[in-house]
Design a protein around this ligand. Structure first.
Ligand SMILES: Cc1ncc(COP(=O)(O)O)c(C=O)c1O
Length: 449
């Protein structure tokens, strides 16, 4: 499959909003997730609702995190005004840098001035796009990619995305990936496309795996050779866990990009990491993200004023400080979080095995499993090989009111793959998994939606 070039084309015209807003208005209409969220299944309160195994959210630790937040929620009166700057209070930057030093094992100590805090990782990614690429310049991302990279990087500031595609049996976490990125960079250069950076999702959404250290080093060398930035989205950094099911696999453990000393590999100005509390702290609604860049003070300086647009609420700042400073609680919380993720992966992997569903083996990170529902669908129902099986599965899932994101959404080359989020309470997980099997068995019939 060819790589894709995401460029916003101003082909729509509107009298009522700008042309570019009009393009996005149409794109947004395709996003099912927001409708799903307003009609969530609950056995008693909304029995006709939709089971959501499509959004990468972590419910497993919600009550615990909420309890911990309540325990010390005593905001100072200053929480009603701005903090010291637009990119997080001094205390939060201090707490976050200590937290990162403790859990990401950086090769050089992270200092508060290496951190710019934003209202969510999404905003940190958009700052990356704005600050590191001029309009028309590209970021490279491997397929499949976290679907919102397209919006985060391309929608508002004119940067573009070039996807790197793989062959059927390529290991996307091996040296092969470095080679593929190299070919993509060479091709872009030959076509006169200017690349600003390589963006890695590490740990990977939706594949649930981490890049081995040596592959990260290969990517860094490649970025240096082409004088481009390298950015790792490490929003799942601590959502890594033991895979107790796929014993035959030996997945790479997580090593932060920050843990690799850039000396002799890459100019440190080009190395950046984004992280946030949405996944590792089960707190999407808190809107806490961060951009960590240890050598590029220009990048942080460029956010002093533009940070106004993405300022974290002073209340969230206060809450984040309380969580990150509580080392004793963290010592219990993080392993507990990882233990629960491991358990729920195991439940989901056994369900897949018992039902003869193929999935990406050897995952050890993230909140989801990537599974091939299309092959199973084809086994049960005779549909022509020329028809897009993803659409058939999608329709069958919709008829059974269970929501999953498809591999197509992530730009995956193979049809029929879906991401199943397993970090929901058991009653919801088993309801959703049961509905998936029903959807596959019954298939989609024209009159059942
Ligand atoms: C890889 C990745 N990056 C960023 C985000 C967005 O995180 P936030 O809620 O902090 O904006 C997500 C959420 O699904 C994600 O999977």
């Amino acid at each position: 499959m060819d790589s894709k070039d995401f460029t916003i084309s101003l082909s729509y015209r509107s009298e009522y909003v700008s042309d570019r807003a009009s393009v996005i208005e149409r794109e947004t209409g395709k996003m099912e997730m927001w409708n799903v969220l307003s009609d969530l299944w609950e056995p008693k309160d909304n029995p006709d609702g939709i089971v959501n195994l499509g959004m990468a959210q972590n419910w497993l630790l919600r009550d615990i995190v909420l309890q911990r937040i309540r325990y010390s929620f005593d905001p100072p009166s200053s929480a009603l005004t701005y903090t010291e700057g637009t990119t997080g209070s001094k205390r939060l930057k201090d707490a976050m840098s200590k937290f990162i030093n403790h859990h990401f094992f950086p090769s050089k100590r992270v200092l508060p001035e290496h951190v710019s805090v934003t209202n969510g990782t999404t905003s940190a990614l958009e700052h990356i796009s704005w600050a590191l690429a001029d309009p028309g310049e590209y970021f490279l991302v491997g397929q499949p990619y976290y679907m919102n990279f397209v919006a985060n990087l391309t929608w508002r500031f004119g940067a573009r995305l070039l996807t790197v595609s793989f062959e059927k049996d390529d290991d996307r976490f091996s040296e092969v990936a470095v080679k593929k990125y190299q070919q993509a960079l060479d091709k872009a250069k030959a076509e006169g496309k200017k690349v600003a950076g390589i963006l890695l999702c590490h740990p990977h959404n939706p594949l649930g795996r981490c890049y081995p250290r040596k592959v990260l080093i290969g990517m860094m060398k490649l970025a240096q050779a082409h004088r481009v930035h390298i950015i790792a989205d490490e929003v799942y950094a601590l959502s890594t866990w033991e895979n107790t099911v796929d014993k035959e696999c030996a997945p790479a453990n997580f090593h932060s990009l920050l843990s690799i000393d850039p000396n002799g590999i890459i100019d440190g100005h080009r190395v950046h990491v984004v992280w946030g509390m949405s996944k590792d702290f089960a707190a999407k609604g808190l809107r806490v993200g961060a951009l960590i860049s240890q050598y590029n003070s220009h990048l942080h300086n460029s956010l002093i004023e533009t940070g106004y647009f993405t300022m974290i609420s002073s209340f969230s700042d206060h809450i984040a400080v309380n969580l990150l400073e509580d080392e004793e609680w963290l010592q219990w919380y993080i392993p507990e979080h990882q233990r629960r993720l491991s358990q729920n992966y195991a439940k989901t992997a056994r369900w897949a095995q018992n039902n003869g569903i193929n999935y990406v083996k050897g995952a050890n990170a993230g909140l989801f499993m990537f599974a091939d529902l299309g092959t199973k669908y084809r086994e049960i129902h005779c549909i022509s090989p020329t028809l897009n099986v993803t659409q058939w599965v999608q329709r069958a899932l919709k008829a059974k009111k269970v929501f999953l994101s498809s591999g197509d959404d992530f730009g995956y080359e193979k049809p029929g793959w879906f991401r199943i989020v397993f970090c929901v309470p058991d009653y919801c997980l088993f309801e959703g998994l049961g509905r998936i099997i029903e959807a596959l068995n019954e298939g989609w019939k024209k009159n059942n939606v």
